[in-house]
Design a protein around this ligand. Sequence first.
Ligand code: FAD
Length: 437
Amino acid sequence: MTSDNSLPVTSRRWRNWGGNHQAVAADVLTPRTVDEVAASVKEAATAGHRIKVVGSGHSFTGIALADDRRMLLHRLAEPVSVVGDLVTVQAGMPLYRVNALLAEHGLALPSLGDIDRQTIAGAIATGTHGSARDHSTLASLVAGLTLVTGTGEVLHLGPAAELFPAARLGLGALGIVTEVTLRCVPAFVLLADERPLPLAEVLAGLDEQLAANEHLEFFWYPYTDHAQVKLNNRVAASDRPLSRFRAWMDDDFLSNTMLEVVCRLGRRIPASVPAISAISARALTARAYTDRSDRVFCTSRRVRFVEMEYEIPRAALPEVMAALPGIIAALPFRVQFPVEVRFTAPDDVWLSHGYGRESAYVAVHQYATSPHEPYFRAFEALCEPLGGRPHWGKLHYRDADSLRPAYPRFDAFLAARNTLDPHRLFTNTYLDRVLGP
Ligand SMILES: Cc1cc2nc3c(=O)[nH]c(=O)nc-3n(C[C@H](O)[C@H](O)[C@H](O)COP(=O)(O)OP(=O)(O)OC[C@H]3O[C@@H](n4cnc5c(N)ncnc54)[C@H](O)[C@@H]3O)c2cc1C
C-alpha cells in the first residue's frame, strides 16, 4: 500500500494527501485474508464499533476519515487473475501497480485520471475519472467485485446482481471491497498533443474537437484569456518519445518545483498572482510526444492543494466558464491554480457523476495553505442550480437533501445501503452528511 503522506500507514494518526483532514483511529486493522476481514466486521458489529477502510488518502473530502477503527488492506493476499480482457486484482492495489500489471499482460485501462497513487478500490468508490469521449468513471469499468457486507457476509457481485450498479461506486458505505474485476482493453500508445490557445477559441471549437479527439482536456489560467489544451489520441507505435530533459523540465521542474515556488510567492504577495498567472500562461509552449497510455494520462503531483470538482451537463459548460472570471475577480484573495476542464461519456452506475448524461467536469483548486472556501462556495452556487454533481472525493458543501435531486437513483442507493450495512458499521461524519444517518 502506498501513501505519499509522511505518517506510516499503520499509525493510528492519519491525514489525507491535501492535509485538510486528520483523524486518530481507536485501532488499526490489517487483515491478511478475506475471512479475517469478515471476522473483524462481525466482531465490530457485536461490540458496537465502526470500521472505515482507507485507500491512499487522496480524497479531499472527509470520506475516508476513520474516528473508530481504520482498516488497511495492504496485507491482504494479492491473487491476480487474467481471463481475456477481465483482470481481477486485490482492492487495495495502487493504480500504478495495476497499470504495470496490465502492461505485462498486454492490457490497459481505457482512461485514467491525472495521477496513479490511488488504490483501485478508493478510486472506484469516489467516481474517479479522466477525460474520455467514449468512457466514463473507473467504476464503469468494474465487471465484478467481492464485498464484505456490514453483517460479515462475503458477496461476489457481477453484472447480473441487483445491487451491482450501487456496489461499483459505493462511497465506502456499502461494505469492504476485497477484490475488483476490471474490464480492460488491449494495451495502447497515445500521441499527446498539447498546445496553448486563447480560451475563446477553445470554447468556440469545442464540439468539433470533442468529436474528433478521444481524450480532450484544457486548463484555463485565471486573470488571463489563455488556456492549455491537451489532446490524447491512439497511434500505432511510440515513435516520438519525449526527451528525458523535456519530460523533467515540464512535468517535474515546471509542474512541481516551480509551481511550489510560485504558490509560496503568491501567498506572501497576493497582488503578484495575476501577473504570475499571465507570465505562466504566456510561457506555455506546444509539445507532442508518444508513450504508453498510462504514462501519458498520469503525472506526478507534489505541490499540495485542495480541490472542488463539479460534473455538469455538457451543455452547461459555456455558462460556467462565462461566470468563473467574475467569481474569481470578486474574491478577497487570489487564485493560484488553473481551472481544469474534462469530459466523459454517460454511464449507468447509480452514484456516478456521469450517470445517464454527457458530462463536463470543471475543477477549481487552491494551494493547500491558502484560503479557498469563499471561492469553492461561490463555484458550487454556480454549478448546483445547473444540476451539477460534486465529485465525492473532492471538497463540496452539499448534503443528502440537496444531492437527492441530482441523482435519479439516489433512493435506490440508500435502499442498497440499508440492505448491505443495516447497522451503519461503515459510516462516518461525511457519509452521514451526504447520505443521511
Ligand atoms: C493529487 C490528486 C489528483 C487527483 N486526480 C484525480 C483525477 O484526475 N480524477 C478524479 O476523478 N479524481 C482525482 N483525485 C481524487 C482521487 O482519485 C479520489 O479521491 C480517490 O478516491 C482517492 O483514492 P484513495 O485510494 O486515496 O482512496 P481514499 O481517499 O483513501 O478513500 C476514498 C473512499 O474509498 C473507500 N475505500 C477505500 N478502499 C476501500 C475498500 N477496499 N472497500 C470499500 N471502500 C474503500 C474509503 O472508505 C473512502 O470512502 C485526485 C486526488 C489527488 C490528491
